[in-house]
Design a protein around this ligand. Structure first.
Ligand code: GAP
Length: 447
């Protein structure tokens, strides 16, 4: 299957099954914005919950934060975003299109799609100029320079400006991290590849503060740990890699950066950057705010500016990687009719699957819907379950395969006699009889 076909099929599945819709669709859409539907919102929440559990609540050395999206303009002057968070923008005076100068080799001329911008005789490209990616808005009723603020382009700065608050209000000691999940906004010149590059997206970021002497070691630990996180959630094999930046790719303050990259159908793309940021951010905020953001180690009686390791992940972008990895089309023998059929399946990791199990009563007699409903209600207390009594059971299985549901439970005539149900596993399609009393425990164990 051609790779572009995979993306087309996936985008279509996302719309059809309620994972992802184009933003403002009934008004013709708003480029670079996406809405997460009933299944998409569960998948995104499960990714964020897995990240929060694995990086915050199951560790002693990381605490959480939820800072404001609107921040003082000075924050972005201190961080360097107001001057440097730019992309090189090129205009075409003929077709009025805009391109990122560094992406021209992979862009199409709108008038002559077989050529790149600038290659077609009628193209009139301007010199590249710097375009700041931050969205501007105003606080209060008066739109003037003094009231101008930005929507945050990353969640990280909310963490840095709260470093002292967290140290003063908790007993946590360096080395420790502050984690935050939230929306970020970038006025991307060319949003593209479905949700991969959007203008509004979600990030999951950690700023890990450590002693300068141990920062190199923490950098290595975080690279390895974060890479493994994606592997454990199903991004296995040679489609996932950890790429260390070359010296000439690094920011002037960075002592090392590695990207976790996934091989999307159109090529490699970054899911997360793990950066050794040194003391750059705290120093900048000390200088611009005039506040003391140094740390005092009580035991060693030493005062220092902590160094920072930043694992910065895209929640929405990793959702796309999990979907790409999970998507498959295969020819199978239909469980009910025995005929050859094609099934579309999302082999999502059970932790991420929007719905964990579906309950189907086979026929509407012998108290079967009631019995199935009772199983559904019981399981629903523990995890997300779906109840479906419509259509042939083969069709019902197919619908759950497409939604990525790892388990289906069929309640049939035998259930009334021996209190067993059929448990069907999504990937292998294997079926087994399981006692109703064992069902919950078995599912929790397999998830
Ligand atoms: N605080 C560091 C920082 O924001 P970044 O590499 O610019 O670093 C981190 O962003 C992650 O955020 C990226 O690896 C990517 O997963 C996600 N991301 C960045 N821009 C995005 C966009 N326009 N759309 C979707 N995700 C984006």
């Amino acid at each position: 299957m051609a790779d572009t076909t995979v993306m087309e099929k996936l985008v279509s599945l996302c719309k059809r099954r309620g994972f992802i819709f184009p933003g403002s669709e009934i008004y013709g859409g708003l480029n670079g914005t996406w809405d997460y539907g009933p299944l998409g919102v569960e998948l995104l929440r499960n990714i964020k919950n897995a990240w929060w559990h694995d990086n915050v609540t199951s560790r002693e050395d990381i605490v959480g934060l939820d800072s404001a999206i609107l921040m003082q303009r000075t924050v972005w002057q201190a961080s360097g975003h107001e001057n440097n968070f730019t992309d090189p923008l090129v205009d075409c005076k003929t077709c009025k299109s805009r391109f990122r100068a560094d992406q021209i080799p992979e862009s199409q001329c709108p008038r002559k799609p077989s050529k790149h911008p600038g290659e077609f005789g009628e193209c009139q490209l301007t010199e590249a100029r710097k375009f700041n990616l931050m969205f501007k808005t105003f606080v209060g009723p008066i739109e003037e320079n003094a009231t101008q603020v930005y929507l945050r382009p990353e969640t990280a700065q909310g963490i840095f400006v709260n470093f002292k608050n967290v140290v003063d209000s908790t007993r946590i000691k360096v080395p420790f991290g502050i984690a935050q999940i939230g929306k970020s906004f970038r006025n991307e010149i060319t949003p593209k590849q479905f949700i991969f590059r959007s203008r509004e997206f979600e990030q999951m970021e950690i700023e890990f503060f450590c002693h300068p002497g141990s920062s190199a070691e923490w950098y290595q630990r975080w690279r390895d740990e974060r890479f493994k996180w994606y592997q454990d959630l199903g991004l296995k094999g040679d489609k996932l890699r950890l790429r260390e930046h070359a010296a000439d790719e690094l920011s002037h303050y960075s002592q090392g950066t590695s990207d976790v990259e996934y091989l999307f159908p159109w090529g490699w793309g970054e899911l997360e950057g793990i950066a050794h940021r040194g003391d750059y951010d705290l120093k900048q905020h000390m200088q611009f705010s005039g506040k003391d953001l140094t740390y005092f180690d009580d035991e060693k009686k030493e005062r220092f500016i902590p160094h920072v390791i930043e694992p910065s992940a895209g929640a929405t972008r990793s959702l796309l990687a999990f979907l790409c990895e999970a998507f498959a089309e295969e020819t199978i023998t239909d469980e009910e009719s025995g005929k050859q059929d094609t099934r579309t399946v999302l082999r999502l990791h059970p932790r991420l699957a929007p719905v964990k199990a579906a309950v189907f009563p086979l026929v509407k007699k012998d108290g079967m819907p009631e019995r199935a409903m009772a199983i559904y209600k019981d399981l629903q207390k523990h995890f997300a379950v779906f109840y479906d009594e419509k259509g042939a059971v083969g069709r019902r299985y197919r619908r759950q395969d497409e939604a990525g549901t790892p388990f289906c439970i069929t309640v049939d005539g035998q259930t009334a006699q021996d209190q067993t149900v059929t448990l069907r596993e999504r990937d292998s399609m294997k079926q087994e009889r399981v006692g109703v009393d064992r069902l919950k425990g078995l599912l929790l164990e397999r998830m």
